[in-house]
Design a protein around this ligand. Sequence first.
Ligand code: SF4
Length: 206
Amino acid sequence: MESIKTEKVLLHICCGPCAITPVQALRAEGALVVGFFYRHNIHPFTEMQRRAQTLADYAERIGMKVIFQEGYDLEGFIRRVVYRETRRCMVCYHERLRATARLARASRFDAFTTTLLYSKFQRHELIREIGESVGREIGIPFAYRDFRSGWQEGVETSRRLGMYRQPYCGCIYSEKERYAHEGAAGRRPAAEDRSHVGAGDRAFAD
Ligand code: SF4
């Protein structure tokens, strides 16, 4: 992977706090990093706006250009995952990485990658697999990196800067997993009752 030319990289960004470490790491390699904020999987609309604004503020602070996806296809996202809710993260990763790869190819970037590789709670190997597959399909290299070693530093930086840190992954299902199971008694269900949960619950339960 290190041989992939990364002078100009399109970085899919899920949120401002998750962008801190990947942008630093890619810039340290000498890459020109442009961000791409994908919107359809972040619900509800006002939450998406809040995350977008947090990223816009951070991008301005560090002098990074960000392309904000247009439109807001919440309905399409729901249609694509309905009846396969337990496997929705795979669909979601695929959609986000494919959109990023297409944009990177059309805009003549050298490669694309994602801040999803920063989270130590997301399905890292699946993201790598999908990224590489999508890259082959679209015809642009996926710059795989393991950004997870900078996890804690990224968390601390985001807190120090007073950035908004969202309490759930993004989709409305992850919002339910984060809050609904607490119930009237405020208790989380036993692990065996939580086998259905997606990345959102694992990433933001603390
Ligand atoms: S939990 Fe996160 S990764 Fe999974 S489908 Fe929802 S937004 Fe996508």
